[in-house]
Design a protein around this ligand. Structure first.
Ligand SMILES: [Zn+2]
Length: 279
């Protein structure tokens, strides 16, 4: 399978789906991250060429850690709008990767880049199968399944997952991916939340600081949807410490009980509740 994860900024896919990316890679599937913007405005001191190149280098480091492909589109962060030319670009991008499964933001989100990224993906759904639209890039034979990243926004309706994945065994790999984003994790995000003076200088101490900062959200996700977790993991659910969750968009192909394990082959087989993870 070809699994395409589309975030607005370098770090969005990592925060919401790095564990899932590793799980797909472990089973031999192709995974690509796309950052729709270059992230060149999200910093308290740097910007422009310097920051764009820095963010691209951080994304490349993540690609090496996770064993995935990574593309950063050269659109200035903060300036993204879901316009027709960008929609055409998104359609071509999804087709070129022959995506079976796409993950992106929900369309209701505090950040305009996240919202417009979601709209671009939503507006590309179905049209990716229409040959006369962007005719020089061959259309896909079927609409991909589209999953939304988790979030905490409650209006107009709260995040309602269809899939919760156990990322406990691969959480350290997720942490190492996040650690690649020095300019975000140790500079901009703590600056923006008034915690810059808490960031340790030492590399090992930074990693532990980041662990303490990032683990609670994935631990909370493992506790937030007990019924779905029990349905998907049976007796293994009690061992799930960290999770990532996804809500399926109505605009993509449907996720059904019949195709669920085919699309998410890391889910354990209910016949044996074995994990199917590589030995
Ligand atoms: Zn973002």
């Amino acid at each position: 399978m070809n699994v395409l994860m589309i975030g607005a900024h370098p770090d969005d896919c990592e925060i919401k789906s790095a564990g899932t990316a590793v799980l797909f890679r472990q089973l031999g599937h192709r995974v690509k991250y796309v950052s729709v913007t270059n992230g060149a405005t999200g910093h308290q001191e740097q910007g422009g060429v310097t920051l764009a190149r820095r963010r691209a280098a951080e994304a490349a480091a993540v690609a090496a850690v996770l064993g995935i492909e990574y593309q950063v589109l050269d659109i200035l962060s903060g300036d993204l709008e879901a316009t027709l030319p960008y929609r055409k670009q998104m359609i071509a991008l999804i087709r070129a990767f022959e995506a079976d499964l796409i993950f992106t933001h929900r369309p209701n989100d505090y950040h305009p880049d996240h919202r417009h990224t979601a709209l671009l993906v939503q507006d590309s759904a179905y049209v990716v199968t229409v040959p006369s639209n962007v005719p020089l890039t061959p259309a896909l034979p079927r609409n991909p399944v589209i999953g939304y990243f988790s979030d905490h926004f409650r209006r107009p309706y709260p995040f309602t997952p269809d899939i919760v994945l156990d990322i406990t065994p691969v959480w350290d790999q997720k942490l190492r991916a996040l650690h690649c984003h020095t300019s975000q994790m140790y500079e901009w995000l703590p600056y923006n939340s008034g915690q810059l003076d808490e960031v340790p200088a030492d590399e090992a101490a930074r990693l532990e600081w980041l662990r303490a900062r990032r683990a609670p959200a994935d631990a909370q996700r493992a506790e937030a949807h007990p019924e779905l977790l029990a349905e998907l993991y049976g007796p293994l659910a009690s061992g799930v410490q960290y999770a990532e969750a996804f809500e399926v968009s109505e605009y993509g192909r449907s996720l059904t009980a019949a195709n669920r394990r085919e699309l998410f082959p890391m889910l354990p087989d209910p016949a044996t509740w074995s994990t199917g993870a590589p030995a």
